[in-house]
Design a protein around this ligand. Structure first.
Ligand code: SF4
Length: 431
């Protein structure tokens, strides 16, 4: 009887990529991949610890898996497993606990748990990690855009962030391995590749040769057949002149950068251990838009950080309003055990955080709408992600979601002309 494996993934693009590489490992060992709502012999949950909500959802998925098949092995991996291995191990049905390393051994550990009935826990001290865990994709992701993980770990220690404690020190994927994976993905029919990492801008810092993110991007472009390259979330201060030049010179690189701001006031930026001033971030955006006028810049912002007074919040709203942003994700500050900010005085009340997130969220919507309006009547190329019942959906290079009427093949490019702004992005006609 063929064994069945089911996966659930929370969190970031890196987690998505890691799940896809683990799916490939099970497939290679003869398992059938089934959906998470079906009965399976193994349930793999790739957890997230970036917010309290991420941890709560992780626990819910573990319980759900055990309920669906109490005889199944529940294997838990990812940041929450790395941060709270003991809690995870104590949960019913958990047979394997793997943190943010050793995912290459997941099939072996699951089968050991099946054979011995003993829980396999290989969560170690992540701070000792020194090599990039290179598990190439062997299973074709069920998407039209392929994520390509090239970097692991972070040593920035922003005071609100748990990631450096769950992902460990900087580790970069060798350039040759990046080029090889990009070639495989392009030959596999992926026209857009998304470079992703935990701290993408730090790519190469741990490698001996003098290489950086621009070299990794060039390696993907050199892989041949790649039609679109998208750069994942990047620290603003790590947009190097080399990367900017590449972005200007090679039209295959999408003109979209996601640069987390996190706070719009120097008092909060300092308390967050972010290494730039609000004025510097603003100057950088102006410089980038001078160099690449059709660049879309999106960002993340945390509201309700300890010490954020009403005055600071009002000033932050005004500041963010003045930025040339195409979109913004808003996060109410989530207190993370083990991070410095968790023990800061002047914690903001949940109701106040909620109110501020609502107001910043309204500004985010208004900015995204205003930006989308600048594309009305202008022809733009989309990568078709899906086409159902005569309704096409795809993404522009600037990361705007577009819908149109018609027929088109998934994974192909289509020129459209946006006619109106919708809640989901743009409604367009096919050219
Ligand atoms: S740069 Fe800061 S926010 Fe980003 S992963 Fe590192 S510590 Fe966390």
């Amino acid at each position: 009887m063929q064994r069945r494996a089911a996966f659930a993934t929370l969190g970031c693009k890196v987690n998505q990529y890691e799940t896809e590489s683990m799916e490939g490992l099970f497939k290679t060992h003869g398992y059938e991949l089934v959906s998470f709502s079906e009965e399976a012999d193994v349930y793999v949950i790739n957890t997230c610890s970036v917010t309290q909500l991420g941890e709560k959802k992780s626990r819910q998925l573990i319980r759900r898996a055990h309920r669906m098949n109490p005889a199944a092995i529940v294997a838990v991996t990812g940041c929450y497993a790395q941060a709270e291995a003991e809690t995870i191990r104590a949960m019913e049905g958990v047979g394997v606990v793997i943190g943010t390393r050793e995912r290459g051994r997941i099939v072996e550990l699951v089968e050991e748990a099946m054979a011995s009935g003993q829980t396999q826990d290989v969560v170690g001290n992540i701070m000792e990690a020194d090599t990039f865990e290179d598990i190439p994709l062997t299973e074709r992701p069920l998407r039209t855009r392929a994520f390509l993980k090239i970097q692991e770990g972070c040593t920035n220690f922003c005071t609100y962030c748990i990631i450096p404690y769950t992902r460990g020190p900087l580790r970069s994927r060798p350039v040759g391995s990046i080029r090889e994976e990009a070639r495989r993905l392009a030959e596999g029919g992926f026209h857009e590749i998304v470079l992703t990492g935990i701290h993408l801008g730090a790519y190469g810092r741990d490698l001996t040769d003098d290489i950086d993110l621009a070299d990794a991007a060039q390696a993907v472009l050199d892989a041949g057949q790649v039609k679109r390259l998208r750069i994942g979330s990047l620290e603003s201060i790590e947009v190097s002149p080399k990367l900017l030049r590449l972005l200007k010179e090679d039209s295959r690189i999408c003109h979209h950068l996601h640069l987390p701001l996190q706070a719009g006031h120097d008092v909060v930026l300092k308390a967050m251990n972010r290494h730039y001033a609000a004025s510097e971030f603003k100057d950088l955006l102006a410089h980038l838009l001078t160099e690449v006028p059709d660049l879309a810049i999106t960002t993340d912002i945390i509201v309700g950080f300890p010490g954020e007074t009403d005055e600071i919040f009002e000033e932050t709203l005004k500041y963010v309003e003045s930025l040339p942003l195409a979109g913004m994700h808003v996060f109410p500050y989530s207190r993370r055990k083990g991070t410095p900010a968790a023990s800061y005085p002047d914690q903001v009340e949940e109701s106040v955080k909620k109110e501020r997130a609502h107001r910043m969220g309204q500004l985010a919507e208004a900015k995204a709408k205003a930006y989308a309006e600048t594309w009305l009547g202008k022809d733009v190329e989309i990568l078709v992600e899906r086409c159902t019942d005569g309704r096409i959906e795809g993404l522009t290079p600037q990361y705007i979601r577009v819908h149109a009427e018609g027929q088109a093949e998934e994974g192909t490019f289509l020129t459209v002309c946006p006619q109106k702004v919708t809640d989901a992005g743009l409604w367009a006609v096919v050219k």
